[in-house]
Design a protein around this ligand. Structure first.
Ligand code: PXP
Length: 239
């Protein structure tokens, strides 16, 4: 079954703007599930700009909720993630000054570090996901690293769709990577910058198992309500 993962980081961003308790990301996690989300994604950033440790702990302890926790390769973040025990740990690159995750991991440069991290995660029986740019060599390295899943960074593709530019090359890259990963037994996730249109186009790639979407869902919810937005995505994301 294909899954819609809803990234609720921005609920915490809004809460933090007031430094108080509302809106509550834990309530948001429960609410998006009730509205039809198949999983929830949260990014515990090193600077804790949105989701905090206590949010991640509480969200991961909710019964029957599939949680994808994004963290950087920083040893203290990996240690935290292993203690928090989500269903998936998605390793992402992180720069302090970036507004959002700007690209995929540099697998070649970090191969030894990632190998150690993945071994630790596997020992805890948590599924590992690597956030990567769509390239065939990244898929091959992910396989050699024994990653359970990859999440393909769809930012470039989504921007081309939004600006009505030719996205065919970028689409082909994502498709070729998805097919290879799937054939190698790696679960394929996609995420970043996705809206209704970009998601609809990516649905042509049968090998994609999970769509992780945040900014557009939260933004669109201001006008139409989160339940309606999630339902509309679920009409697009069908098995
Ligand atoms: N997947 C990953 C790994 C991300 O870092 C993000 C952004 O936090 C998303 C998905 C969601 O991207 P967006 O908010 O642009 O939908």
């Amino acid at each position: 079954m294909k899954r819609l993962g809803v990234n609720i980081d921005h609920v915490a961003t809004i809460r933090n703007a007031r430094g108080e308790f509302h809106p509550d990301p834990i309530f948001a996690a429960q609410f998006v599930k009730k509205s039809g989300a198949d999983s929830v994604t949260i990014h515990l950033r090193e600077d804790r700009r949105h989701i905090k440790d206590i949010d991640a702990k509480k969200i991961c302890s909710l019964k029957g909720l599939l949680v994808n926790l994004e963290v950087s390769t920083n040893p203290s973040m990996i240690k935290n993630a292993l203690q928090i025990r989500p269903n998936f740990i998605c390793i992402v690159p992180e720069k302090r000054k970036e507004i959002t995750t700007e690209g995929g991991l540099d697998l070649k440069k970090n191969i030894f570090k990632l190998k150690k991290i993945i071994t630790k995660i596997r020992k805890k029986k948590i599924r590992t996901s690597l956030f990567i740019n769509p390239s065939i060599s990244n898929i091959k390295i992910s396989k050699s690293l024994k990653a359970d899943c990859i999440e393909i960074h769809t930012g470039n593709f989504a921007n081309l769709v939004k600006t009505k530019k030719d996205y065919s090359k970028e689409f082909k890259k994502i498709k070729d990577c998805s097919i290879l990963a799937h054939n190698l037994g790696i679960e394929v996730h996609v995420g970043h910058g996705l809206d209704f249109k970009a998601t609809k186009i990516l649905m042509k790639i049968k090998q994609i198992q999970e769509f992780n979407i945040g900014h557009f869902i939260i933004g669109e919810s201001i006008f139409y309500g989160i339940t309606k937005v999630i339902r509309n995505f679920k009409k697009i994301i069908r098995s």
